[in-house]
Design a protein around this ligand. Sequence first.
Ligand SMILES: Cc1cc2nc3c(=O)[nH]c(=O)nc-3n(C[C@H](O)[C@H](O)[C@H](O)COP(=O)(O)OP(=O)(O)OC[C@H]3O[C@@H](n4cnc5c(N)ncnc54)[C@H](O)[C@@H]3O)c2cc1C
Length: 383
Amino acid sequence: MFGVTAALELKKRGHEVTLIDPGPLPHPEASSTDISKVVRPDYGSEIFYAKLAQQCIDRWHEWNAEANQELYHETGYLVLAKEEMQPGGFEYESWKTLVSLDHPVEKLTSSDIINRFPGWSKGDYHHGYFNHRAGWVESGNVVSWLLSRVRDSGVHLVEGQKMVGLLENGSRISGVVTDSKEEHFAEVVVVATGAWTPILLPWLSDSLRCVGQPVYHFLIPDLESYKPERFPAWSADITNTGWYGLPALPDGTLKVAHHGAGIPMDPRSEKIVPLENDQKFCDFLKSTFDGLANSPILERRLCLYCDSWDGDFLIGRDPDHEGLIVASGGSGHGFKFAPMLGQITADVVEGIDNPWASRFRWRTPGKAKTSPERYRLEIPETS
Ligand SMILES: Cc1cc2nc3c(=O)[nH]c(=O)nc-3n(C[C@H](O)[C@H](O)[C@H](O)COP(=O)(O)OP(=O)(O)OC[C@H]3O[C@@H](n4cnc5c(N)ncnc54)[C@H](O)[C@@H]3O)c2cc1C
């Protein structure tokens, strides 16, 4: 997604662009695929991400119009907690930040939750708020639509090859070489290879790392209570539990995921969801939702995050490799920003000031490496 949006924007600005990907596209192991992703400006006290997400939500509406299909569904985001929201907690700080930005959020009482979102009546999550201007995107369909635009745009798409090394001309990077031994020369190389980035650019292995996160799709019997209007995208006391999920699709597929520290892994290795997760996910469903106790598992997937050491994306010029730009480090929260990432990356390529880019500038962990990932208020330390 970082790569395809950058390619489209650079082409629009008149550059000759080659996009290389091992494929098949959309790549089934890419973070950006899957049926759905949450789009939310709810970022604790992180006003930077809240504002960037608000702008992206405007752009998602524009993309819906451009695509002539509803890829982004503004069905809201339900932020739930077991206890009253407290200052310092993710739920309270997100709500407060959004109120300060005049974002339409609504505090909910326990009976509001039970009456309006009956799927939640059984469990312990009876505090929180509803964000009216948020929702979810059909992420796999978004990538397919962006790729169709790439194919129409005149970007040279090399599908079925992967970059295996950089070409150098003196101290400058002058292109890439692929596993088919093809050499592609370029003035600027943008490496946007998600979780594979620290393998391809090993000097980034202190800054970026690949972790696997379990995602489950269940087939649910009672679609009515779990449709987006009654069961919007949600997080359930996420700071303490890690649980979040999305509404059921019309075919009855319900996505539930766990956002935690993840399993550090090599992205080239087999992606096997540890067996104990079946029990953990099924227990959560059973204890939380009405009528879902025996929902069959349709799919389990170990999805790859490319975590940066501080949780911010990395979109910057490598100071030690002239001509090389990295656009990666999605850190489990990048998809919602797709409508703005291409512009940010293209501005970095062209050396144009961009108000968002400095947060994502080239940086190394240094001594701060041990500090907690700042934006990820959601992460339970123990998982
Ligand atoms: C389980 C899960 C849930 C998530 N939920 C959300 C959410 O709800 N909301 C949200 O905003 N974000 C979410 N995210 C985060 C978001 O999906 C990522 O931040 C984003 O998709 C990262 O995009 P990317 O382009 O960096 O990586 P990817 O989508 O992984 O793309 C990397 C591309 O690089 C290609 N590649 C790999 N190796 C090579 C090579 N050698 N040469 C050329 N190309 C190569 C791959 O084929 C792939 O197409 C989630 C992520 C996961 C894993």
